[in-house]
Design a protein around this ligand. Sequence first.
Ligand code: ZN
Length: 406
Amino acid sequence: MRTPIAAVCVALSLCFVASAGAATTQGGEPHTVKPEGGALDLVSTSFGQRSRELEIIYRSTEAITPQLLAEVKGGQICTVFAQASLAARSVCVTRTDGKWRIVSRGERVEGSVSQPRASELRLRFKPSAAKLRVGIADVYVKATAAGCSAKQSRAAKITWSEAEIVSAAVLELPCEHRVPRVGSYQARVWDVVTTGCRRSGAGQVSRGPSGKRIALTYDDGPSTYTPAFLRELRKLGVPATFFLIGQQVSANASLVRSILRSGSMVANHSWSHPNMGGGGAAASSQLRDANAAIRRATGFTPCLFRPPYGSTSADLVNRANAQGMTSVLWSVDPLDWRSPGTGAIVSTVLGQTQGGAIILSHDGGGPRSQTLAALPQIVRTLKQRGYKFVTLTDLLGYAERITLVK
Ligand code: ZN
């Protein structure tokens, strides 16, 4: 059992967990490298994790110019990660073709580089993109200015023992600035657990923003039909959002977990599927009990609710909002629960879908073979029309709630 030890982060972009193993070094003694007109002299480096991404900040005494880090002339700033049982791995920033690039072992690492001020570079990337593991890492930084002549460099004698420097005789490395000069700092790559999502904007929606993104939604599960839907979605490479009936969750807990693991989203469809349009305290209990069941099974708290039968009211929307959920209706309804035939389901969905569509279907409440059979043709055709399938939370632009765990 992993122990959550960091505060819950509410916004993907703002979630800097300062306690999450952020190591700030001040170890770079003044050590100026002067290549062709410029100096590269790191005065501090910070390591931390923002949500799913590692963040490394390099600060220099002077401007970190594109010329200083020109890849063709050998310019780069690298953080070297040593993790237990893994070969040391460098993650470097260079300047290539007019752009900052993150590179590891000669390969591009997907991520971002920003320069909030001339003397500072900020890198962000997912640990997995650089093939780093969750856990402790010993790190140090090497900066090499472009065009610096290797002849200036004196030999350094460093002895390693079990990944720790036990002795070093480094007097001067004019072309390579190392932070710290000797040894390493400890940083941590955290595991990220999604604990929920955060609603925003309108209290009730029936479609997403126009554009090419659309969402498949399934109501009335989890049921014996749900695994077949998950298999088909995986084959097609698209996610969906499952509105679950709370009282069916505990008997299908592992199935509900596998929905989330597969990249699809889980949401609240009440505890026992009554007509909740009248609102009132009973409606609040229905909402609360269903979320509690989903949270018990998965550790995840939904931020989306779909009223059974689409029966809604201002009071019900307010109650859902008060529990952190948006009330979600739909813009495309093939009436699949009536079993109108696979062809009819396909043609209704294809006929009604526009950008931002929320497509209603069912993976429970009765035989769902027609709905399942319609899925591949719907997905393939809509992809051909340029649509991208996303979860409802993505469609609505909601942030994740995450916890960083050791
Ligand atoms: Zn329903």
